[in-house]
Write a protein that binds this ligand. Sequence first.
Ligand SMILES: [Zn+2]
Length: 73
Amino acid sequence: MQPIAHRNYSDSSLQFIICECGERILILPNTKMMGTAIERHILEQHKNKGANQVEADRIENALIAQLFKKSPQ
Ligand SMILES: [Zn+2]
């Protein structure tokens, strides 16, 4: 994980969650959109590349866990 260059900008729109495959997913202010972004990533980058459902669920859960850790609420 690379250091964030402009740490003093606390704008949450600049935050990402990082998948174990290395892809960064922008954290969106809208929970529904965020869920869609995660699902799309899982589908395109994991399921379409051969991950089974158990693997896909595990990766998705890890992304959601990161999201909760970074959430200000
Ligand atoms: Zn991924």
